[in-house]
Design a protein around this ligand. Sequence first.
Ligand SMILES: *Cc1c(COP(=O)(O)O)cnc(C)c1O
Length: 393
Amino acid sequence: MTERLTWIQQEIEGLKENGLYNRIRTIGSPQGAWLIVDGKRVLNFCSNNYLGLANHPRLIEAAREILDRYGVGPAAVRTIAGTMEIHLELERRLAAFKKVPAAITFQSGFTANLATIPALVGKEDVIFSDELNHASIIDGCRLSGAPIIRYAHCDPTDLERVILENQGKYRRALAVTDGVFSMDGDIAPLDQIYEVTSKHGVMLMVDDAHGEGVMGKGGRGIVDHFNLHGKVDVEVGTLSKAFGVVGGVVAGDPLIVEWLRQRGRPFLFSSAVTPPDVAAAIAAVDLLEESTDLVDRLWENARYFKAEMKRLGFDTGKSVTPITPIMLGEAPLAQQFSRELFEENVFAMAIGFPTVPRGKARIRVMISASHSRDDLDKGLEAFAKVGKKLGVI
Ligand SMILES: *Cc1c(COP(=O)(O)O)cnc(C)c1O
């Protein structure tokens, strides 16, 4: 190791001492209700594969077929020579699915945020941001150079307070919020937020990564859930969670979509997702448009699991979505709980500071349509056993 890099070793030691070092488990199977993790078959309560599409035969077939027609790569950034017919088809299909006039896709939800926020606001402007927004929103806000003013989590009254406090000080203003908050599973009160932002002429952007394919009619997202079509200016989504593939999307006003084709830097300076990704995402839209069965099953599973966990005596926090936090308090307890679950063949991650506040450590259970009732019962049994052993219930 060269002298110049010893600081990294010290930083890493520090993470390990404080229980903050990421130990990444390795998956040796396709995504699904069960996984092979570090060589062991375990029940999967970790992934964002809400609808089981990551290994769905229809998506696999669509990806396989497009490989023969379009090959493996887009070969250029989209503005130069990398936009294929299928990229445009996916954008038309996503816009129609979400009942908005236009959509544009990106490499990921993360880059969709990095593209969108700096295209909408700059140094002369201001951003009002929910205090618990996702890291990619925060990074997009920082990149824009606009001052970032945080408002209390999911609190439209506090949002209005900060808007009023800053009135007249800036050229333009943007309010931005997660749709579904991934650590607690609560949702932004988008109808009330819209009332505030529209009253004060503030642009409104929602990042619906965990709501896409989950919330709204047949998974059309949080804007559909609140029936705010045409009102929320920008809806960011991901194709890597419920859609089971990879990619990001921005849907909404056609002017914003056109603007992002001109000024969205990850669109202009980074290549698009590959043809098989696009084909699989289109197949996901097909499935969601054909039937609400998968979304219905996801919610049925989520309701069942949450009700049974409460009956066992666990605290599932304030979740109103399939994201089910099991509140445990201190990080070492959550980590021990996760390890004991793994011994019982259940894969569920412990989440602690700084991802969630100190003293609010938890296990986060991600429910999927691909879980059978029997899978959920096996999971519940393991939670009951470990919960009793560790004195949580
Ligand atoms: C997961 C997530 C993202 C990132 O999406 P990717 O497509 O995985 O890059 C962005 N925003 C929120 C709120 C998320 O939960």
